[in-house]
Design a protein around this ligand. Structure first.
Ligand code: ZN
Length: 268
């Protein structure tokens, strides 16, 4: 499970990963920031229309709460693909730069370097955190429905295997808050690919209202399993962003007018 940490800037931590003593792994909420509606209040995105000075102030707040150097946050721009980049110094320092936008495009970051903070942003899409405690190495992945059915979770595991020689049976994984099957109403254009990813696994179901609902968190779980990650090494938050707009931003529930949270992980 994910553990809620109350305070001036609340967040969720991930005990499965943090109890190794190797990482800090967190998922932020919409609480504790300075942005006004509809970005209230801890918006961590530069490109949703919020004042950049607010986003910057929000990063400084969450980094201070976590004891992190904001200059060490590596950012890339998610494009709903499955590319996993190895983060470097060139990806950091954007938060305090005049132009805050991430330099590179990609939906996944990995590193073996201590202190480098991997970040992806979310407002319904699925956050996936990976830790190979043996190397050690980490990855932070962003999977919307396209990335989910394209196997972003599996791609992240493969990237750790190829770059760091990680063994899938050692990898610990966490699937964070996202729009869940209770709220993710879909049409055939999404239901078809989702069902075909793992036929017979119930990733799409029809409710009494006649509509189809998709389970992205479980699809990512199945991709991790298919890649050799052990079931007891995978934790899912089970949290639905659309059900809990008091705590989370939800692109779907708020008709696109909202900020974003961040999933962040760093080797310590
Ligand atoms: Zn829901």
């Amino acid at each position: 499970m994910f553990a809620f940490v109350p305070g001036d800037v609340p967040y969720y931590r991930i005990p499965l990963l943090e109890d190794t003593g190797l990482v800090q792994a967190v998922f932020t909420t919409r609480l504790g920031g300075v942005s006004p509606a509809p970005y209230a209040s801890l918006n961590l995105s530069w490109n949703r229309g919020d004042d950049p000075s607010h986003t910057q102030a929000n990063y400084l707040r969450i980094c201070q709460a976590l004891g992190w150097d904001p200059q060490q946050v590596a950012q890339c721009h998610a494009v709903h693909g499955t590319q996993v980049l190895e983060a470097s110094e060139a990806d950091t320092g954007r938060i305090l730069a005049p132009d805050h936008s991430p330099a590179r495009e990609g939906d996944g970051f990995m590193t073996h370097r201590k202190g480098l903070i991997l970040r992806q942003t979310f407002a319904d899409c699925v956050p996936i955190f990976l830790l190979d405690p043996a190397y050690p190495a980490i990855a932070m992945l962003h999977a919307g429905w396209r990335g989910t059915v394209a196997g972003m979770a599996a791609q992240g595991v493969r990237a750790l295997v190829q770059r760091y020689g990680s063994r899938p049976e050692n990898i610990l994984a966490a699937i964070g808050p996202s729009i869940h099957s209770c709220c993710f109403a879909i049409r055939e254009d999404v239901a078809g690919p989702l069902e075909r990813a793992f036929p017979g696994e119930g990733l799409v179901r029809q409710e009494k209202d006649g509509r189809l609902y998709g389970d992205l968190q479980r699809c990512n779980f199945l991709y991790l399993r298919a890649q050799g990650v052990l079931p007891h090494h995978i934790v899912s938050s089970g949290l639905c962003t659309a059900c809990h707009t008091e705590t989370f931003f939800s692109h779907r529930a708020e008709q696109g007018r909202c900020g974003t949270m961040a999933g962040m992980i760093t080797l310590i």
